[in-house]
Design a protein around this ligand. Sequence first.
Ligand SMILES: Nc1ncnc2c1ncn2[C@@H]1O[C@H](COP(=O)(O)OP(=O)(O)OP(=O)(O)O)[C@@H](O)[C@H]1O
Ligand SMILES: [Mg+2]
Ligand SMILES: [Zn+2]
Length: 320
Amino acid sequence: MSKCSSGTCGSKKASGCGSADAAVARQNTAIAASLDRIKNKILVMSGKGGVGKSTISVNLALGLAGKGYRVGLMDVDLHGPDIVRMLGMPGRMDGELAKDGKMPPLQYNDRLKVISLESMMENRDDPIIWRGPLKNQAIRQFIADVAWGDLDYLVIDAPPGTGDEPMTVAHTIKDAKALVVTTPQNIALADVRKSINFCKHVSMKIVGIVENMSGFICPHCDKPVDIFKTGGGEQLATEFSVPFLGKIPVDPRVVIAGDDGKPYLSSGATSPAAQAFEAFLARVEKELPAATAAVSIPMAKGESSCGCGGGPCNPNTCDC
Ligand SMILES: Nc1ncnc2c1ncn2[C@@H]1O[C@H](COP(=O)(O)OP(=O)(O)OP(=O)(O)O)[C@@H](O)[C@H]1O
Ligand SMILES: [Mg+2]
Ligand SMILES: [Zn+2]
């Protein structure tokens, strides 16, 4: 978009390509200003579908917010946005624009801001049919036009693979770091190699690899059963010299909780899966220190610890 391909528009700069260039430049400035206020940007990705990226993203964001950090969660799985459903947030984004003209994100609670295409759609069951340039534009607007404010972490949930969405994130957020999710089977591990090679290709640093669905926790006795192999993620991390962030077992409560919009792994439960998740969370916190110190605060959905009182925080009027 930066150059006119016809080469004939020089005299129409004010209304033609020149103004398009200016709009892109303005958007670039807005993107840079937004990103400047966000300390850590984490792109949760994998080469394979269904390995638990959205589950990890949601629980990671909630877990970090529960430690007192300021967190944003951005769903860039534009074809299959799941985040707001997993968080049980049926509302649509229709809040008033902030003073600076930015769109307020959904507010899960006063520490967690969320944005997903799903919350902007009239009908959530409509299929989304978008090609590359539109996806690129949507993601750029998610960053430029949303009132994220100051954040310690922005967690970005990507669709499977190395297509337009992770590519746009890599190009737009130069200091984003990839958190690669895998499962223990060989076939998934082969896809992780692709993700790691993608990161090398676009010069994106890797926070580390997490092995999800690593062993099964029996619901009757809470003991681990290795129905798949375990340890493949750790081997890959060693092979590629990237941190291994931990193993999270299969636990049926994760599925039920995800479907009910009440994330389980970050709920503070004492089961092996929830404890494994806590260890993973601590590892991420260590790899990516925040801008503010952690203050553990109990947070129920819709509660606000700022000047907004008992109800949800209103980012337009609140100075929190
Ligand atoms: N540790 C776990 N134990 C049990 N179920 C899990 C676990 N992690 C994820 N799941 C379940 O697996 C399914 C797929 O998870 P999820 O949607 O997070 O994967 P994804 O990688 O985001 O998928 P997609 O590639 O389609 O975006 C969901 O039903 C989720 O609840
Ligand atoms: Mg997903
Ligand atoms: Zn058992």
